[in-house]
Ligand binder design. Sequence first.
Ligand code: IPM
Ligand code: MG
Length: 366
Amino acid sequence: MANPSILILPGDGIGPEVMTEVRKVIDWLGARGHAFDVSEDLVGGAAYDKHGVPLADETMAHAQEVDAVLLGAVGGPAYDDLDFSVKPERGLLRLRKEMDLFANLRPAQCFDALADFSSLKPELVSGLDIMIVRELTAGVYFGEPRGIFEEGNERVGINTQRYSESEIERGARAAFELAMKRDKRLCSMEKANVMESGILWREVVTEVSKDYPEVELSHMYADNGAMQLVRAPKQFDVIYTDNLFGDILSDCAAMLTGSLGMLPSASLGAPMANGRPKAMYEPVHGSAPDITGQGKANPCACILSFAMALRYSFDLGDEATRLEAAVEKVLADGVRTADLMQAEGGSPVSTSEMGDAVVAALEASL
Ligand code: IPM
Ligand code: MG
């Protein structure tokens, strides 16, 4: 049987640096009987520089064919003034939309060794393990009409929040399925107090919950949800929310864990002919232009995203757990990239040293 295929899209900023470290993990697995066919291509500003668009059609077509896409990060100050239609972010959004990756899984887990790093008190976050499921292909990110229009003697900017029942439902099912494998609690967040799309959201999620009687469903207005996330984050197990609220709430949840440099994500779509879901894996952090090229980036979020790929795309749950444990071990041993340093001291390791430490921990785990 052919090896499973991976398309790596390192993108911009620190994307290529952190992806180099993921390659070390891929090579380590390859040498131990889990080989992948890895190809690499451009996305974001890097693709714009070469093709004049943030995602070439051939790259899009290739992404549709592989078993999983691994993406680094897109964007950077050099591209700030580009026309909206060719901004680096459009490349990422095109991948999400055309691959129909409707369920975006953003786990926020606080590693014990990092509890002191959170902006919240350690006791509020130690042991934190929540999973945000963000709907990723609809809502205000894609709704029509959109644009900037002339109206009388001024301009108006318009975006449209739009959700169909089926769009709400399929994400909800993904969230309930995850809840079944976890603590069986699901909190759905919307703004049913001001938005019709929120009313529909609540109705559909409630309907879907009938198929999951073991899961305890609750509803929360998204603004209250933001407040509760920083007040008492451990009350949550799985959160299901829309594209825009999920964007905001997941950044908020990420910071609880200490560093954005630790947070992985998986974006999953419908099963392909081979049974694997359409899938893209990416760190939640961005391209971090301020530290690009300095060897300071934390590769853990990208490495942990690859662990999610092992689990969700490649049926290698044991290897995923091994990789996550390796990252945890390295942190427990006090190995720290700059983002994980307390002000008072110690010397940080480089991106590459962090990747080597994770591979060494993998090796030691055998
Ligand atoms: C994210 C990012 C993206 C989003 C940007 C880069 C388009 O913030 O993945 O959370 O808004 O979805
Ligand atoms: Mg975001």
